[in-house]
Ligand binder design. Structure first.
Ligand SMILES: Cc1ncc(C[n+]2csc(CCOP(=O)(O)OP(=O)(O)O)c2C)c(N)n1
Ligand code: SF4
Length: 248
């Protein structure tokens, strides 16, 4: 019988503690598949953030280190420079990457470190109860913006994939979503490319994945997917914002 689905080698069999309908689990799977496809499981080295994916080592069957808040790109830089043979990636939420660790990510991208960054944008601080993040949409209600994000006093959200893509030393920056099978396939390709770039020494590669947080958004998993499609994507367009291989 043809095998339609099996566990990836780079994931453990541990049960996830993510909330029902959260996209973190699916995004983990895509990262693990990329590592398996490239045959680099033994050389893979993940750097976990603060936030809901802090327990990355429970789910990935690879070496994972826990970085202090927002410092994953700095830790990944050190690891990759000491062991260039390793395949080093960070996996970060929007609070971790675009708020607490904004400086670290911009400088790592500015230096063009040969690492892979997976950025999960769910428009709020998930783990700590749904506070406003730098990515919260204008008008979006969170626990710290109960009247909705007011751009006059809270500023505008950062479009990280565009920002990173504007830096000269960056090799690849893209934004994807995982709300349906077609887009999961596109996300899978982008994540694979971001890892392959590192293996091929192409340079700093960044993939932003629009993601759900049904718990803090106060939505069903289905409505949360619709929110990504109908609200998030209009502020955060999908696409490739930098690809030096395409430019050559
Ligand atoms: C310097 C600092 N600021 C804030 C916190 C609290 N904190 C821990 S996890 C977290 C949320 C991170 O959210 P995000 O990165 O968006 O990931 P998610 O949980 O949504 O996946 C916060 C604010 C902290 N521990 N230290
Ligand atoms: S709080 Fe949000 S981001 Fe965290 S596991 Fe639950 S749904 Fe996912």
């Amino acid at each position: 019988m043809k095998v339609m689905f099996e566990k990836t080698e780079s994931l453990t069999s541990n049960k996830s503690i993510y909330c029902p309908g959260c996209n973190h689990g699916l995004i983990h799977r895509l990262v693990a598949e990329a590592i398996d496809n490239l045959g680099v499981r033994e050389k893979a080295y993940g750097v976990a953030p603060v936030g809901c994916s802090v327990l990355l080592y429970d789910y990935f069957n690879i070496d994972v280190v826990e970085a202090p808040h927002g410092r994953a790109p700095a830790l990944a830089t050190g690891a990759k420079r000491v062991r260039p043979d390793m395949v080093v990636f960070t996996y970060q939420g929007d609070g971790d990457l675009a708020s607490i660790g904004m400086s670290e990510i911009i400088h790592a991208a500015g230096r063009g470190e040969n690492i892979t960054v997976i950025f999960v944008n769910n428009a709020n601080y998930g783990m700590t109860g749904g506070q406003m993040a730098p990515t919260t949409l204008p008008g979006q209600k969170t626990t710290t913006t109960p009247m909705g994000r007011d751009t006059h006093s809270h500023g505008f959200p950062f479009r990280m994939a565009e920002l990173i893509g504007s830096l000269p030393a960056v090799a690849y920056s893209a934004r994807v979503k995982v709300t349906d099978p077609k887009n999961v396939m596109k996300a899978s390709k982008a994540i694979l490319k971001a890892f392959k770039n590192q293996v091929d020494n192409v340079g700093f590669s960044f993939v932003e994945v629009l993601s759900t947080c049904p718990t803090n958004w106060g939505m069903t998993p289905v409505d949360a997917l619709k929110f990504v499609d109908e609200q998030m994507e209009s502020y955060y367009p999908l696409g490739t914002f930098k690809d030096i291989q395409e430019e050559e």
